[in-house]
Design a protein around this ligand. Structure first.
Ligand SMILES: [Cu+2]
Length: 154
């Protein structure tokens, strides 16, 4: 029986585990909590993006997202729709899975965000429309740093 692996991250993980010495465990499944409004469609699309990339998602439907964002330390200038939490750090908006994995290795950051809802970010795919966007990190000192730049699709 053959197994097709569609996710680039899972494929990388599979490749990595082949390259490692026998007995070394593949990376543990990353668990992320996601807080969202009940009727948010793009939030569900982003959750699917995470699951497709090997994350275990715990979905929390909230009645007041602004209270949730405030309690998690999401600066208003960084805000978007849903708010994730991984290893005590926030993941605000339509952040690509690869950047969330990077975040787990960054002790200097309180969280990362894709502010607004740019077309073409994961879960915000819009036919014929794509915007460039940055992934912004919030340092523990409260400064914004650009951690990744995604160009608009051609
Ligand atoms: Cu959204």
């Amino acid at each position: 029986m053959s197994m097709t692996i569609n996710s680039p991250l899972l494929r990388l993980a599979a490749l990595t585990s082949l390259l490692l010495a026998p007995g070394v465990q593949a990376e543990e499944l990353l668990t992320i909590d996601v807080h969202r409004d009940a009727n948010c469609g793009c939030c569900k699309s982003w959750i699917k993006h995470l699951e497709d990339n090997g994350f275990h998602v715990i979905d929390h439907v909230e009645s007041n997202m602004s209270v949730v964002k405030k309690s998690l330390g999401v600066a208003p200038r960084l805000s978007s729709c849903h708010t994730g939490v991984i290893e005590g750090k926030f993941v605000e908006g339509h952040v690509p899975a690869a950047q969330i994995i990077e975040l787990t290795k960054r002790d200097d950051l309180a969280g990362i965000a894709v502010p607004g809802m740019p077309h073409g970010s994961p879960g915000m795919e819009v036919e014929g429309s794509s915007q460039a966007y940055d992934v912004i990190g919030l340092t523990k000192e409260g400064d914004d740093v650009v951690v990744a730049e995604y160009p608009a699709a051609q």
